[in-house]
Design a binder for this molecule. Sequence first.
Ligand SMILES: C[S@@+](CC[C@H](N)C(=O)[O-])C[C@H]1O[C@@H](n2cnc3c(N)ncnc32)[C@H](O)[C@@H]1O
Length: 279
Amino acid sequence: MFKVLQEVNDRPAPFQFYTADELWTNEHTSKHMLEYHLNESIDASSRKKSFIERSVRWIVSHFKVDKNTEIADFGCGPGLYTTRLAERGAIVTGIDFSNNSLMYAKQVAAEKGLNINYVLTNYLDFETIDSFDLITMIMCDFCVLSPERRKEMLIKFNSLLKPDGSVLLDVYSLNSFNQKEESATYELNQLNGFWSPDDYYCFVNTFKYEKEKVILDKYTIIEETRKRVVYNWLQCYSKDSIINEFGENGFKVEELYADVAGKAFSSESTEIAIVAKKS
Ligand SMILES: C[S@@+](CC[C@H](N)C(=O)[O-])C[C@H]1O[C@@H](n2cnc3c(N)ncnc32)[C@H](O)[C@@H]1O
């Protein structure tokens, strides 16, 4: 018991483990995730419907999206952006490794008669001969990746963009980092059975890494016959650190906003949205 509690409370090195698939593609959790995505009134997994509609209106006008615009949405989930962008005429590819989310997205596309290219794969492995006018990665999914994976992602974005193409993505700001407190709690069937259909105890340890500006929510899920650990990392950024990271990887950040709906950037905002082009 003492040893297990030690493991539960153990602080790993930043980005030591990558367990995104356990969070998003596990048969049980991915069903709950889809419910969160589709819940129009909460900002979990996807943002609220009102925000998404505002965001798509802004994207369409800002990037002059029309029937010739080729867009790739990395981590598209159930297609809440891809569907709307395709409805505006864009040529859209959605990439995600959640089969459950993509099945939903494909069904919506079929019902609406939309031709969207959905690709079920880890976005780090995505390859195509197509090139894009706009690449999006929305709801701070860039922040969950280690520095090495983010580099890989930016190299991939760079190779997939047309010469004048843009990347639009959002990240957590240092205000998000500062607002978060370290904590350690546990609960029976935490998140209403999110982690398993069977009873479990879930220990949630939140760690902060001051130097790296990284937050970790570590979930240790203990069932009668198995124990799993899921790590949710969040890299937080200052305005300068996101500009530098893109700069070091072949991009120039051209615009900064407070969100992907074009809200003016402010030093108070908890997120930073950026528009970058190849340098
Ligand atoms: C926070 S959700 C955002 C979904 C969507 N962008 C939105 O805002 O509605 C992150 C999405 O990225 C997907 N994802 C996470 N890591 C991935 C990976 N390595 N490869 C492919 N998809 C991934 C998840 O399945 C999930 O659909």
